[in-house]
Design a protein around this ligand. Sequence first.
Ligand code: SF4
Length: 384
Amino acid sequence: MSKGRRNRPRRPKRSPVERSQSRDVTFSWVYPIVLTYRCSYECGYCPFPVTAGPPLPSKSAVQQRVARARRLGISQVRLTAGEGLENHPDIVSTFKFYGYSNFTDYLKGLIGEVASNGIAPALFPEMDLGALSLFEMQRLRPHIFTLRLYLESMDSDLQYSVAHAGSEAKWPRNRLKALLAAAQLGIPVNSGLMVGIGESAESRTKTLQTLAQLASRHGHIQSVTIQPFMPQARTPMSHLPAPSPETLLEVAAEARKLLPDSVSIQFPMVNCPERVMDFIEAGVGDLGDFDLTGDAHDAASINAFKIVSEKLGLAGIKLSDRLSLFPRYSCEQWTTPYYRDLLRNLGSAGPPPSNGKPARTQSKNNSKPDGKATPKSEPEKAAR
Ligand code: SF4
């Protein structure tokens, strides 16, 4: 190395805010469709088990919601339901009444309505259906755009607490199985962890490390959301406090440190919009969902969005909405031809597969090029 080069002053590392000024901070505007509040489990913080409602909507009821999303100019809907639905006799009798032999066939029918290529503009579905099995994901794969599937927590003590004692689907082994099934099928996932449900600080680090290992090995984790516990009326955990913004900022900073740069760190800024610059400083690059539909019950979301937009505007940071599929995943490795066509029509098709795609470092047959089996990663061992 020449003397002149050695003496050249190093460019100081840019802060997260400076980095944000050179690229967009994102949020997502998504139209939520809750298919059913029925669930086979009882997480202590979730209002689903105490919410009444019909078992499943008909195709025409979903068509009406989809038409409203289109009228509002929203490009994506999120289909949400509880888990373990085939254990509910009324769910089974309902999808049979609609002419489907199982829940996945019912879902396929609905997604056909949502993402219909014949009606413009295109609507993209994100599925938020919990820990689907490998078999269910295989059946749905051609219809899946992205999955929202949180790891939630690697704290196995939660299995004995009000948070997850009644919810085997949330036990780490079962969550990991679902995340690995998505990896095996090349499904882009928006994952996350819960903060404030009784987990230890050490287990939060373990959860982030596990997500980092999954992301590095399989490449299918697009984003990780830091999801704060919020006490909900009539739930067993309604009397417990939400985590403080300081705790959440610490988790966000740790997430940014542990996860690969390619994974976006999200925080649902609707919860504390005044602190948006602190969260960006901590490494958050996506502000989560804002419901901007203009319905009366969305006033808080609209107000939070105004506050966030103003603060970012003053800091010279651009705020853009995004699809649940991050642009670098819109290549043939991660997106089915059907959705690639829709994206192309939108002008959002990503780079060709050889150009900057996220690496899937594990081959599908789980073998190294020399034919020897690839050693199991920690998440794979924990899922057994
Ligand atoms: S599994 Fe999901 S829907 Fe069911 S109770 Fe838990 S958080 Fe709620």
